[in-house]
Design a protein around this ligand. Sequence first.
Ligand code: LLP
Length: 435
Amino acid sequence: MALDNFPYQINTNGHLEIGGIDTIELATKYGTPLYVYDVSIIRQRCRAFVDTFGKLGVKAQVAYASKAFSSIAVLQVIKQEGLSVDVVSEGELYTALQAGIDPKRIHMHGNNKSQRELEMAITHKIGCIVVDNFNEITLLTDLLKKHQYKMDVIIRVTPGIKSDTHHYIMTGNEDSKFGFDLHNGQAEEAFAQLMNNEWIRFKGFHCHIGSQIFDTDRFVLATNILFEKISDWKTTYNYIPEVLNLGGGFGIRYTDSDRPIPLQDYVVRLVETVSEHCRNLQIPIPEIWIEPGRSIVGDAGITLYSVGSTKHIPGIRDYVSVDGGMSDNIRPALYQAKYHGVLANKADQPVETTVSIAGKCCESGDMLIWDLPLPNVSSGDVLAVFSTGAYGYSMASNYNRIQKAAVVFVENGIDKLVIRRETPEDIVSHDLSYE
Ligand code: LLP
């Protein structure tokens, strides 16, 4: 039986199933908390983007924003599906290289790239650096000169629009730490510095307006603003961009109240908008790049927890504590993010109660879900929280010295451990003695 609106199933035992496997079997085999990804969903999401660009016949790169979830296994899937990869740190770049991603298909972001990170990008000859600020232009130029290497670069610009999302994950507005402002002359200045830079091939522009955005209008608005400048720069400098990177941020379903639109729709609308501008300006359509993260892995992943203690406060609420929490999913505490969950071992049973799901960290704010309707809950039940595939593992911490959970991939009824659970020995492995 399919679950309304979510890509998971209920099997004949009444258990939640993902990728053809009973989640209770997975919890027993690998322990909890456990992140489980259905790889076929990751592939479907990749193909939705790649195939739509293909059908529309435009040159494109779909770069997976690996900050959403970076590991060797997931990047191997991304490679198999023909995507590029966006990285923002030495660690993400190293992981991508270890996964065998062609360096030419790696793009590096970051508002404060270190010398070491830039040198790593240069020595591995990655495909593109997304330059974010003036310090970086100077540092990168010096390093390119030192290495006698000429690099493809695009610049990140901020179009000055607000997106309808949590302000911590809003990035395209004027008051942002990212990018060159399009309205106050910074972008022009960066443009001039890069145009005359013998170590840089200045390929075009990047703009990312934010995350978890459900409508296409803001992407269109950002593109329109970008094209006002492209038009100016064509007139003034006869400059025609070869690449236009319109970022990521496509929204997914966390709860029933989220209304995601088909991923194809974003691509169609972006391509239409860019094509129309290019027709008007009589310039060729640049290569269009996008950078989805959440929409590739978000709803492909769930987290399984074991229920432990419960606390009934008469007339107030019932707390149900699980064996993970903000250490494996910081999003509810950080952004007040909402999630949906079910009891995986009672997935076919009717709702009988409403409880609030608490994590095990020493922190009152460590709550995963407030007021979740569930069947009656007992210690030992397995709670599955949906759509935890993006920014879950990647933002996990060892707060309270809790070990990071394991990650399992399932596909076509086969399960495979792809990140092993941390051990207490791992936790102290970087500690040095002071005795
Ligand atoms: N490109 C750039 C330049 C970005 O900054 C981001 C996300 C993406 C692409 C991918 O966005 P996505 O498609 O995943 O929405 N930790 C937050 C999200 C932070 C997003 C940061 N940048 C969260 O858990 O909601």
